[in-house]
Design a binder for this molecule. Sequence first.
Ligand SMILES: Nc1ncnc2c1ncn2[C@@H]1O[C@H](COP(=O)(O)OP(=O)(O)OP(=O)(O)O)[C@@H](O)[C@H]1O
Length: 249
Amino acid sequence: MSPLLSIKGLTLRRDDGTGSAILNDFSMDVEEGEVVIIKGESGSGKTTLLKCIAELNVYQSGEILLHDKKTTSYGIPTYRTLVQYIPQRPSLLPGTPLDLLETIRSFSSRKSSKSKSTSTSGIDGEDDSNDDLDPMRLASEWGIQRTLWTREWATLSGGEGQRIALALGIGIGGAEVVLLDEPTSALDAETMKKVENSLLSLLPPLKTQPSTSNGVRRRGIGPKAYVWITHEAAQAERCGTRTVDITRR
Ligand SMILES: Nc1ncnc2c1ncn2[C@@H]1O[C@H](COP(=O)(O)OP(=O)(O)OP(=O)(O)O)[C@@H](O)[C@H]1O
């Protein structure tokens, strides 16, 4: 069976005249249930890689396949909802998180992929509800009060903005692979673990593992896999099913 996501021979060179490669013939497969940790020293190209996988960066060669189909065959806007990049910090957006939520919900490409995702029933024959994926509900599990959704982005703290952006990305639904760029870097240890467990619980189990691992029951109601950048070895250990060190490539 083909992998969920396949990255083949990605090469991206700097456009600064040196032509040196940030990514050089990078290949990797991602299977359902995986949490692939991307590590590497600062500036080694981790964010660049995630943005390439999301088709947000132009690369010189290589290809990306989702379910064995080229990204262009989905149409790039739809592909980006299926393979979604969540930045480390939300850029300074105008308006409030609620404004953004309403705008995203009005995108037709998301409506169609959301309806596909909501047709998936919970695993283990249990009636897991996709209401659990509501962005406001997710964020509230992570300590975000509803009143923060109507505050200007610019007035939110780093940790508040990060959790809301993450809840929006995960909770809006439809993403099969979520590309997480240091998703908990602005959070305290206790909140970080809450977010980690919640993210892991949304995945389906790995074929080779029981549905509960590391104390988290995987419910299979959200994304099918994560590619997750972290500098924290302990987080990689807690959350990862595999680690790829891009410094060594
Ligand atoms: N738009 C751009 N134009 C030119 N160079 C860029 C651009 N974006 C990234 N780079 C360069 O590409 C290299 C990789 O950057 P990237 O942000 O992917 O690294 P990283 O591994 O995610 O780093 P960190 O751990 O510090 O976040 C760096 O040398 C960076 O300066």
